[in-house]
Design a protein around this ligand. Sequence first.
Ligand code: FMN
Length: 333
Amino acid sequence: MNLYPLARPFLFALETETSHAVGLRSLQLLRTLQRCVGFEGRVPEASPTELFGLKFANRIGLAAGADKNAQYIDALGGMGFGFIEVGTMTPLPQPGRDKPRLFRLADEQALINRMGFPNEGVEVIAARIERARYAGIVGANISVNAATPVERFTDDFVTCFRRVRHTADYVAINISSPNTKNLRDMHDEARLRELFTRLFAEREAGKRLPILMKISPDLDEHQLAEMARLALDLRVDGLIATNTTVGRNAIPSHPLAKETGGLSGRPLFSLALQTVSRLRALVGSRVAIVGVGGILSADDYARMRDAGADLVQVYTGLVYRGPALVREILRRG
Ligand SMILES: Cc1cc2nc3c(=O)[nH]c(=O)nc-3n(C[C@H](O)[C@H](O)[C@H](O)COP(=O)(O)O)c2cc1C
């Protein structure tokens, strides 16, 4: 039964960040109740696939930022996701940017956020991943603390990597959030080479953990080609395209367009789709691509797959469509 259309007006009447928390807690409560009465809901038939050495029950996943602290892995897993990316987590806990920092553009089925990675820190989050019972793939999205100077960014990534190396199924290197000062400067050949050299050295010591890199939709053609070349050269397992955009071309006259932060949801879709399709042409079949940005229906999912995405993630679509979005996509296959 799809209760989300009934719940949505109540959730949308709340302040945006509160509504997100209430939505997730309600989902968790619902799952607990279902488990207590022995009815766990039916997830449509899965079509498994194997990528970078991992077996995915299906190709639809939860994007980073929705479960920053890994508190809801089991409840979200119950929605049918084949993979869940938690975080972004940073070495030390931090509060994120001042509120308000999340804006709902309901008429555009979009969000603008400048959260700035509020999170409880990699130590606490990694311990929660270890306690989760979800049988699907869990990715750890890692990045840097707001107070870390640029020249120490690599150290932050390495600190997080060491802690999640034996805990997560894959690691996503987040160099693309627009809300941490200078982070997007990491889309730079020398910096990325240094970062990956250190991560690979760490990985040598343990299991072969897949490393994916999450990139920005705001790169020009030249920068995108450079990212693709580097991904091939460095043997990155996958590219996650894309993070939110700082561009406002798709919503020029919206009253909230002037809010700083990253735009997600419907207005991001064509840019994310174009980025995935360009990347696929550039990397061929040698690098996996995770397509993300503005997926609000099974049709959007199908277009993202056609553009070349091996896996697809959603976030803002869940806010507007609820769990039915995942079921619709799984039913279509
Ligand atoms: C409120 C919010 C917080 C986000 N936080 C993160 C984050 O911590 N790390 C990250 O890599 N991406 C983060 N994202 C970006 C999403 O993972 C995703 O790349 C982007 O929103 C595009 O997908 P969508 O249109 O389906 O939301 C966040 C997005 C939103 C809306």
